[in-house]
Design a protein around this ligand. Structure first.
Ligand SMILES: CC(C)(COP(=O)(O)OP(=O)(O)OC[C@H]1O[C@@H](n2cnc3c(N)ncnc32)[C@H](O)[C@@H]1OP(=O)(O)O)[C@@H](O)C(=O)NCCC(=O)NCCS
Length: 185
């Protein structure tokens, strides 16, 4: 599914990760956690080892209802999307994703491309009927992006986040239906 494209004169590639990308994904994640307080994990809490990251990639590649997508620039990962379905028979038709783009590559359409690719994949998937995400109410840019791509707010987890400075933030859950239920098994 490798797909080349250019943004702002920069060559980028959208693809699934390889197990060999584990270290590069860790580097990407650490840089992300250091660059924003709009994600749940703090950089000190991020203790994933390369071996664990490899297993995470392998597990996703082997499960047809999971998806990881990366966007690379000259072998460096600059965007990442991770989708996983819920794990019980009664909720496995739904799944949550997270998306992030390296600070210096934001605003180029990389986040949009990752989410559009996820939605295309979900529509073709035989099980996934609902895709959702949780976003901090302060993350206006991300909320705008999700709305632009058709996501709607379905509820709020009140004061679900307490920022390190003590500020409380609501988490907004947003969703999109990826197929009429009757079309899926
Ligand atoms: C949120 C995030 C994934 C968006 O990725 P991105 O590649 O920068 O987004 P895109 O360039 O595809 O889309 C930008 C869209 O966001 C919105 N946007 C961009 N810049 C904006 C700004 N300054 N103010 C408000 N909205 C803005 C617009 O809707 C824009 O759409 P447009 O291209 O039609 O104008 C990225 O900013 C990011 O990784 N942030 C840090 C981690 C994070 O917050 N992840 C989401 C957690 S839920």
């Amino acid at each position: 599914m490798d797909f080349w494209f250019t943004r702002n004169g920069i060559d980028l590639m959208l693809r699934k990760p390889k197990v060999g990308d584990a270290e590069e994904i860790l580097t990407f994640a650490k840089a992300l956690f250091n660059s924003t307080d709009q994600v749940l994990t703090t950089s000190e809490e991020f203790t994933v080892t390369p071996e664990q990251e490899k297993q995470w990639i392998e597990d996703s590649l082997q499960n047809p209802d999971k998806l990881i997508l990366v966007i690379t620039n000259e072998e460096e990962i600059v965007g990442l999307l991770d989708f996983a379905p819920k794990t019980k028979r009664k909720n496995a038709h739904t799944g949550e994703f997270g998306v992030s783009v390296r600070y210096d590559f934001q605003g180029m359409g990389i986040g949009s491309m990752l989410i559009e690719s996820l939605l295309k994949w979900a529509k073709a998937n035989r099980h996934i009927e609902k895709v959702f995400l949780n976003v901090m109410a302060t993350n206006l840019r991300a909320i705008e992006l999700y709305k632009k791509l058709g996501f709607q707010e379905e509820g709020r987890h009140i004061r679900a986040i307490k920022q390190l400075n003590g500020d409380y933030v609501d988490l907004i859950q947003m969703y999109i239906l990826t197929a009429p239920a009757a079309d899926k098994i």
